[in-house]
Ligand binder design. Structure first.
Ligand SMILES: Cc1cc2nc3c(=O)[nH]c(=O)nc-3n(C[C@H](O)[C@H](O)[C@H](O)COP(=O)(O)O)c2cc1C
Length: 413
């Protein structure tokens, strides 16, 4: 090896002295390249109870891990030599435009994950041109979410209360505030067993036991926000001090049936979508009942464990009812490529729950922006690498589900 005396001029040209970043939060978030990176950040910054409440699922958490596994086990077949110099990720969903093929799923008690809560989600969604869905168990009112996303699309998620008039009041309030779509959750007759919450002794709002105080001390930003912002309380309830599971069981009606859909639909001027559909027969009944769309979902694995993988249901459900109403999907999406595969298999739209909440916990509103930016970048890159420049060009030939998790009946068909 021939050596030489270091040439100072050449070395100087390699040195890059950058001015220090003004916003350390932005710098930190930019270092997250995937939703999993945001999850790691979220875990470091959020006390265990709220983090596990978000990250966890029901029982042995098989529904969630299988849904994620199904997405990981997709093989893509790209088309080559196509002009992909521009890519268009926009589409029409439930009668209006969206800039990206995903929206923010309704999640309860979102200010427990980060003080900026639903306001962060709604304003980031509005800026990105995607819909934001507010849960009945939100901490922010229908009107405050609307104020955070005044020109964008806001959707309201409805649980049916045992006292029906409360549901009616929510429907009317969301309609008056200009929400355009009502998502009726249909897979929560009772709460799923969220074992992490039981083990952590998580109550709503979180109680400050000596253990919580000691274990949360390193999450100083979360604690500071918790202590210096408005107390956590449900926007639709006066007060509650049990677990979310207890709340669901005590307030919401397990006797709801298909017959109630007409009652829900009557006062609602916008689109009606059933969230939590998990079978072809039920999808057909909903189409016959006249809903505008369904979401194939198992509530992010937080309800029935060992539930069907929504991605596996897509082809048959789209074949049976796709001409009558829109079919959407959620559960397990952690990458924009999962979204591209879902659209290719016939889903018109997708929704992310945890992917957005990890961003929120990692850095409030800027963290949600980062989560949307990561997913959006992955979507357009995957589309380009597949050789498609608009969503309508995606077909079921692009993704192939590798065998590991496909139901035996589907393999034999
Ligand atoms: C922390 C958390 C709270 C949720 N709360 C609600 C809720 O109040 N109402 C509802 O219909 N779905 C709720 N969901 C389910 C989501 O709307 C969505 O179906 C699910 O998060 C999708 O799976 P993913 O988290 O893997 O994206 C919740 C999910 C999470 C993670």
């Amino acid at each position: 090896m021939k050596r030489q005396i270091p040439n100072l001029r050449e070395i100087a040209s390699l040195v890059r002295l950058r001015a220090p970043h003004i916003s350390t939060r932005k710098h930190r978030l930019d270092s997250a390249l995937t939703i999993w990176d945001l999850r790691d950040m979220a875990k470091r910054r959020t006390p265990r109870g709220p983090f596990d409440y978000t990250d966890g699922a029901a029982e042995a958490e098989l529904s969630l891990s299988r849904a994620r596994q199904a997405f990981e086990d997709i093989e893509f077949t790209p088309g080559i030599l196509r002009d992909v110099s521009t890519v268009d990720t926009s589409s029409l969903v439930l009668g209006a435009s969206v800039a990206l093929p995903f929206g923010i799923a309704p999640t309860g008690f979102t200010r427990m994950m980060h003080a900026e809560g639903e306001v962060a989600g709604a304003s980031s969604a509005g800026a990105a041109g995607i819909p934001f869905a507010l849960s009945t168990l939100g901490i922010t009112t229908v009107e405050d979410v609307k104020a955070a996303n005044p020109n964008g699309r806001n959707w309201f998620q409805l649980y049916m209360w045992k006292v029906r008039e409360r549901s009616r009041a929510h429907i009317e309030r969301a309609a008056a505030a200009g929400y355009d779509t009502l998502l009726v959750t249909v897979d929560v007759p009772v709460a799923g067993a969220r074992l992490r919450d039981a083990r952590n002794g998580l109550t709503i709002p979180p109680q400050l036991t000596l253990k919580t105080v000691v274990t949360s001390m390193s999450k100083w930003e979360w604690c500071f926000n918790f202590l210096t912002t408005e107390p956590l309380a449900f926007a639709t309830l006066n007060s509650w001090s049990g677990t979310v599971g207890d709340l669901l069981d005590s307030m919401f009606d397990p006797s709801v049936t298909f017959d109630d859909l007409a009652w829900i639909k009557a006062p609602w001027p916008g689109k009606l979508v059933a969230k939590g559909v998990q079978g072809v027969a039920d999808a057909k009944r909903l189409a016959a009942a006249g809903v505008d769309g369904i979401i194939l979902s198992n509530y992010g694995g937080r309800q029935l464990d060992r539930a069907p993988v929504p991605f596996h249901l897509l082809p048959q459900v789209v074949r049976e009812v796709g001409r009558d109403m829109e079919v959407h999907i959620d559960t397990g999406i952690m990458n924009g490529a999962d979204i591209v595969a879902s659209i290719a298999m016939g889903s018109q739209f997708t929704r992310v729950g945890r992917a957005y909440l990890y961003g929120l916990m990692a850095g409030g509103c800027e963290g949600v922006d980062r989560a949307i930016e990561i997913l959006s970048g992955q979507i357009s890159r995957t589309m380009r690498l597949l050789g498609v420049s608009e969503l309508a060009e995606l077909t079921p030939h692009h993704p192939t589900q590798l065998l590991r998790l496909v139901p035996i009946r589907q393999v034999n068909r």
